[in-house]
Design a protein around this ligand. Structure first.
Ligand code: ADP
Length: 580
C-alpha cells in the first residue's frame, strides 16, 4: 500500500541547493503548466519502485519493496546514482533508461536515413548515439542507380547533425553524437578537418579510429594503405606520420578529433562472435556493437571515506546493490526499436563506474598527481570490478547467464557464470555529479572555490564542500582564505593552507598531461568498457606536447584520448543546457 511504501522509503534525500535546482529544471515530473508535480523524494521513490519490479520476472513472490528500499537508500544517501535517463524516465510513460547507444550506418541511402530516424527516437528519450561512418563509400565513388557520385561520410554526418539540432530531447537535453571514421578510410583527411570550422558539426564529438597497423606505421615512419570499404580494394597510401601529425595539430587547435584505438577495443570485445565494435557512445566511455545499448551508474566515492580510511565493506554493499539495480534496468527499459531490445538483451552489458574520485583523494590527503593516487585508482577499480563480477555471477545463478555467455570470452577465462558481458565503465557523470554534489567522474578538481554571479550583481563564493570540511577541521578556514582561493581557484602558494593540503587540493591546471594520462590508464586497467577522461593542457602547451600525450596513452593501454587545451574552444557538445 501507499502507506507501506512511504514508510519504507522515507529517508530524506541529502541534496544541496544546486542539486535541487537541476532536478527541478530537468528531472522531475511536471504538470500541464510545466510546474514540477513531484518532489525529489518522489523521484527517488518512483525510480526505486520501478526498477525493483524487474525482480518479479525471476521470482513471482519476490519482495519488491525490500529491493526498492535497498535501491532507494543507496540513491538518497548519494552513494550511488544511475545515469540521467533512468532518473528522468523510470516509472513514467517514456521508460527509456539507457544513456548509451551505437547505431550501424549502412552504405545505402535507405540505411543512412534509417539510422537518422533511429537517432531521432533515441535523442527524444535522452540517450546519446555513436556511429561509425566507416562503411560508407568515399566521396566521388560511383552510385550505380543514379550514375552520380556519392557525397561521402563527412557530408552525410551533417544530416545527422541537423536532425539532432532539430530534436530537442523531450524538453530535457539536447542530443549528443559520436562520429568515428577508421584511419584507413579514403576520406580520412576530410574527416580530420571536419570540425576545423567550429560552427560545423556542433552536435558531434569526432574520433579517428586508429588501428594497430597504423600505429606501427607511425612508429616506423611508413606509409599505410587506404581501403575502399565498398570494394575492399586499396585506394591509395598515406604517410602515417603525416596523418598522425595533422590529427595532433587539429586536436591542439580545438580538441577535435579525439582518437580511439579500435583494434584494442576489439581485442577486449567480450562477445566477438556477436560482431565487431566499430564505435563508442558520445563521450567515448562505452564501446558497443551495432544496435547495442548500455545503462550506466556511478558510485560516489567520497561517501566511503570515514576517519581518513576507506570503508571497503560499505563500498562492497553499494557495489552489490548497484549491480542488481543495473541488471534490473535492462529488463525495465523500453527500447526505442526492437533491434536494440534484442541486441542489448543478448549481452546484457552494464556500466558501473564512479564519481567523486578527487573528493576521495583529498579526504585521504593524497595528491592526484602521485604514484600513490594511481595505485589507489587501480585498487579501487579492481575492487569494483571484482565485487561487481561476484554479484553478476550470483545473479546468473538465479536469473541465468547472459544469452551469449557460452560463446563469449568468459568460459575460457574460467568464469562459470556471468549475468552481464561487461560490468565496469567510467562515465563523465556530468549531471549526476551535480545531483550528488561531488567531483565529476575521475577528473581532478577544476577549482577549489570560485565566484558565482547572483542577483543584484552580487558575487557569491562557491567552495568545494570537501575543502570547507577539511579546512574547518584542521583549523585554517577563514572568509579571507575563501576569497583568496576564489580569485584563482587554486590553493597552492596560499600560506595559510598547510603544504600537505595544498598538494591534496591540486587542480586540473596544475596537473601535467602526464599525470592525467597515467590516471586514465590506471582506471582503464580494471575497466571492462572504457574510461571518460579529458587530458587538460595549459594554453601555452605545444603541438609536440599533445603528440607526446597521444603516444603515452597508446603505450599505457588507454582505449582512447580526449584532450582539451585551455582557451582553444568555447562551448562543448555535451551537457550544454544541463549545467546552467
Ligand atoms: P549523466 O551525468 O547525465 O548521467 P554523463 O555525463 O555521465 O551523464 O554521460 C554519460 C553518457 O550519457 C554520455 O556518454 C552520453 O552517451 C550520454 N549523454 C550525456 N549527455 C548527453 C546529452 N546532452 N544528450 C544525449 N546524451 C547524453
Amino acid at each position: 500500500s501507499v502507506k507501506d511504501i512511504e514508510k519504507a522509503l522515507s529517508r530524506e534525500p541529502e541534496l544541496n541547493q544546486n542539486a535541487i535546482t537541476v532536478l527541478e529544471k530537468r528531472y522531475l515530473k511536471r504538470d500541464n503548466n510545466g510546474k514540477p508535480s513531484e518532489k525529489p523524494i518522489d523521484m527517488f521513490r518512483r525510480v526505486a519502485l520501478n526498477i525493483a519490479e524487474a525482480d518479479k520476472l525471476y521470482d513471482k513472490n519476490a519482495n519488491i519493496l525490500a529491493s526498492a528500499k535497498e535501491f532507494y537508500e543507496q540513491m538518497v544517501t548519494l552513494r550511488f546514482l544511475p545515469n540521467s535517463p533512468t532518473l528522468m524516465n523510470a516509472g513514467r510513460e517514456l521508460q527509456q533508461l539507457a544513456a548509451c547507444f551505437v547505431l550501424p550506418v549502412e552504405d545505402s541511402l535507405e540505411g543512412i536515413f534509417e539510422a537518422v530516424k533511429n537517432t531521432a527516437l533515441i535523442h527524444k528519450s535522452g540517450g546519446g548515439t555513436g556511429f561509425s561512418f566507416s562503411r560508407l563509400r568515399p566521396k566521388d565513388d560511383v552510385v550505380k542507380t543514379t550514375r552520380g557520385v556519392s557525397s561521402g561520410p563527412v557530408s552525410f554526418m551533417t544530416v545527422f547533425d541537423a536532425a539532432t539540432e532539430t530534436i530537442k530531447q523531450g524538453g530535457t537535453r539536447r542530443g549528443a553524437n559520436m562520429g568515428i571514421l577508421r584511419v584507413d578510410h579514403p576520406d580520412i583527411m576530410d574527416f580530420i578537418y571536419a570540425k576545423e570550422d567550429k560552427t560545423k558539426l556542433t552536435n558531434f564529438n569526432l574520433s579517428v579510429g586508429l588501428t594497430e597497423k597504423f600505429m606501427q606505421a607511425v612508429l616506423e615512419d611508413k606509409e599505410y594503405d587506404l581501403i575502399n570499404p565498398k570494394t575492399k580494394s586499396v585506394a591509395g597510401q598515406l604517410r602515417a606520420k603525416d596523418v598522425f601529425d595533422k590529427m595532433v595539430q587539429l586536436a591542439w587547435e580545438g580538441g577535435d578529433p579525439g582518437i580511439v584505438y579500435l583494434d584494442r577495443i576489439n581485442a577486449e570485445n567480450p562477445t566477438p562472435k556477436e560482431g565487431e565494435m566499430e564505435s563508442t557512445n558520445p563521450c567515448g566511455e562505452q564501446p558497443l556493437l551495432p544496435y547495442e545499448s548500455c545503462n550506466l551508474g556511478s558510485i560516489n566515492l567520497g561517501r566511503f571515506v570515514k576517519d581518513g580510511q576507506i570503508d571497503w565493506a560499505d563500498l562492497e554493499k553499494t557495489i552489490t546493490v548497484a549491480v542488481h539495480f543495473l541488471d534490473n534496468v535492462i529488463d525495465m527499459n523500453k527500447y526505442p526499436i526492437p533491434e536494440i531490445d534484442r541486441q542489448t538483451k543478448r549481452n546484457r552489458k552494464i556500466g558501473l563506474g564512479l564519481m567523486g574520485w578527487a573528493d576521495m583523494l583529498a579526504m585521504l590527503c593524497i595528491p592526484y598527481n602521485s604514484d600513490e593516487a594511481t595505485k589507489l585508482a587501480e585498487d579501487v577499480m579492481q575492487f569494483i570490478r571484482d565485487k561487481g563480477r561476484e554479484k553478476s555471477a550470483a545473479l546468473a545463478e538465479i536469473r541465468g547467464d547472459f544469452p551469449t555467455f557460452k560463446d563469449s570470452v568468459y568460459p575460457a577465462k574460467g568464469f562459470k557464470n556471468m549475468r552481464n558481458a561487461t560490468i565496469t565503465t567510467v562515465a563523465p557523470t556530468g549531471t549526476i555529479s551535480i545531483i550528488a554534489g561531488c567531483s565529476s567522474g575521475i577528473e581532478p578538481f577544476f577549482a577549489i572555490a570560485f565566484y558565482r554571479q547572483v542577483m543584484d550583481n552580487n558575487k557569491l563564493v562557491e567552495v568545494s564542500p570537501v575543502f570547507k570540511d577539511i579546512a574547518k577541521r584542521e583549523g585554517f578556514l577563514t572568509d579571507e582564505l575563501l576569497d583568496q582561493v576564489a580569485e584563482t581557484g587554486a590553493v597552492h602558494d596560499i600560506e595559510s593552507v598547510p603544504e600537505k593540503w595544498q598538494k591534496a587540493f591540486v587542480t586540473a591546471h596544475d596537473i601535467t598531461p602526464f599525470w592525467h594520462t597515467k590516471m586514465q590508464a590506471a582506471f582503464q586497467k580494471f575497466t571492462d568498457n572504457a574510461v571518460s577522461k579529458t587530458v587538460n593542457f595549459p594554453n601555452e602547451a605545444t603541438v609536440e606536447d599533445v603528440r607526446r600525450t597521444y603516444l603515452l596513452s597508446y603505450n599505457l593501454g588507454c582505449k582512447g584520448t580526449t584532450i582539451y587545451r585551455d582557451g582553444s574552444r568555447t562551448g562543448q557538445v555535451l551537457n550544454v543546457g544541463t549545467k546552467d
